[in-house]
Design a protein around this ligand. Structure first.
Ligand code: C2E
Ligand code: SIN
Ligand code: SIN
Ligand code: SIN
Ligand code: FE
Ligand code: FE
Length: 410
């Protein structure tokens, strides 16, 4: 067990790292991982308050169940909601704002809340000790709940959570809550940017962009792991990508509704107009202030390039209204398409995520395809439309992709 000072140092280091995380999902994964390490907890979950009266189960980690999976596989769990009332442990903590340190959830007596054993039955896991902390913002409002499960002693036996660890865990939970609130605001601002444009009906837009963001960061991670890219670099780009990819079509703001929302196929002229969305999007990020802006611009510009060089807009300069870069003009006055690794990596990744989602979804101009047809289309496109290595990576994580689809459906 690390001593107190060592733990304090860990918390300070972590707080610094958490400050830098922009994306809600990435943030919560990190918070949970560090809290579990500090408390030596085998498992844990985070719930986020939704619509004032419900907790949404958001993130779950479990070393025991993880070890039963093949290396590199991720634990799949479904999201669900819990009412905020005194009946459940997480609901009790959210409604009272009090922390609960329970040595054995199967031995609860004379308390209003109870443990629901169906969690354990579903996951084939035995929960014993549980430390449940409220995540409170600056105004002392509960915005989430963190639940740490099964503390282990040095011999690996399940024990109760140590009372002496609790003051530090409280500090950590408070700081995590403030970072969570900031990350939620950033995501809300980006979603507002997108829906202000009223690209489609707001519901579809929000879920499409959320899915493309989440698919992109998962696909990138799978690709980068196979390439042996260091985990710290992967985490940094995953975080940026999660939101930068949400902005891939932000340039559609500049496309007329008659074209954007046309119920049928576009004619050639309309399609040429539609293609301008990539340069219009890139223009929003011409003066990058951060790595985030740079990557968002890269994605907006490059997500319709194709591996074989037949995509658009090709080697153009967004500063000069999408004119071809000198030396890259074709006889027809257009720019030569970017080919293979000329296409920036995040453009190649989002291309796969975007087409996967477009084919799987209903659009004004098409019905959803079956999963089998979508998968065949992606396989057929490897080496033509898509980077074949990214397609290979995609097919190693179809279970994760499906769980993202479930999380952001409808
Ligand atoms: P989107 O709906 O987000 O589609 C993104 C990409 O998914 C498309 O890029 C294309 O590569 C792929 N995709 C979508 N639907 C199909 C399909 O039915 N078959 C195949 N093989 N691929 C498909 P693309 O072609 O560059 O289109 C960019 C955007 O232009 C689309 O974004 C959509 O907003 C619009 N668009 C394209 N075609 C049509 C159309 O026929 N009618 C309408 N109303 N909009 C269209
Ligand atoms: C967007 O929301 O950015 C575009 C929506 C779409 O491609 O369907
Ligand atoms: C579309 O126009 O719907 C996309 C067709 C393509 O893959 O180019
Ligand atoms: C990267 O790792 O960011 C670039 C690698 C590539 O473009 O293939
Ligand atoms: Fe697009
Ligand atoms: Fe799209």
């Amino acid at each position: 067990m690390p001593n107190g000072n060592h733990k304090l140092q860990q918390i300070l280091d972590m707080n610094q790292e958490i400050e830098q995380v922009r994306d809600v999902d990435v943030l919560l994964e990190k918070v949970l991982a560090v809290a579990r390490k500090l408390a030596n907890a085998d498992a844990g979950s985070i719930y986020v308050v939704k619509d004032e009266d419900e907790l949404e189960f958001k993130h779950s980690q479990n070393d025991t169940l993880q070890q039963e999976l093949d290396p590199g596989k991720k634990l799949i769990y479904n999201t669900f909601t819990v009412p905020i009332n005194h009946k459940s442990i997480s609901g009790y903590v959210a409604s009272t704002g009090e922390l609960l340190n329970i040595p054995d959830v199967y031995e609860l007596q004379n308390v209003p809340y109870s443990f629901d054993p169906s969690y354990d039955q579903r996951s084939h896991y035995l929960t014993r000790s549980m430390l449940t902390l409220p995540l409170k913002n600056n105004q002392n409002r509960v915005i989430g709940v963190m639940q740490l499960i099964n503390a282990k002693n040095d011999a690996g036996e399940i024990v109760a959570f140590a009372e002496e660890d609790i003051p530090l865990m409280r500090i950590f939970a408070n700081n995590a809550a403030m970072a969570l609130e900031r990350a939620q605001m950033t995501r809300a601002i980006i979603l507002r940017m997108i829906s202000m444009a009223e690209l489609r009906d707001p519901e579809e837009t929000g879920t499409h962009v959320n899915r493309v963001g989440a698919y992109s960061s998962e696909i990138y991670e799978a690709w980068a792991k196979r390439r042996g890219i260091p985990q710290l670099e992967i985490d940094n780009f995953k975080d940026i990508l999660r939101m930068a990819a949400m902005l891939h079509d932000v340039g559609k703001v500049g496309i007329k509704d008659e074209i954007l929302q046309k119920p049928g196929r576009l004619n050639d002229l309309e399609y040429e107009t539609m293609k301008l969305h990539v340069v219009m999007g890139a223009k929003l990020f011409l003066n990058p202030q951060s790595e985030f802006d740079e990557i968002a611009g890269q994605i907006a510009l490059n997500h319709h390039e194709r591996w074989d060089g037949t995509g658009y807009p090709g080697h153009v300069d967004p500063r000069r209204n999408g004119e071809p870069i000198p030396g890259y003009e074709l006889a027809n006055g257009k720019a030569r398409g970017k080919k293979g690794e000329e296409i920036p990596i995040f453009g190649r990744v989002v291309a796969v995520a975007d087409v996967y989602d477009a084919l799987s979804s209903k659009r004004a101009y098409k019905d959803p395809w079956t999963e089998e047809d979508v998968f065949n289309e992606l396989r057929k496109g490897a080496g033509k439309h898509f980077d074949p290595e990214i397609i290979e990576a995609f097919f190693t994580i179809t279970d994760v992709i499906r769980s993202v689809a479930q999380r952001y459906s409808g």
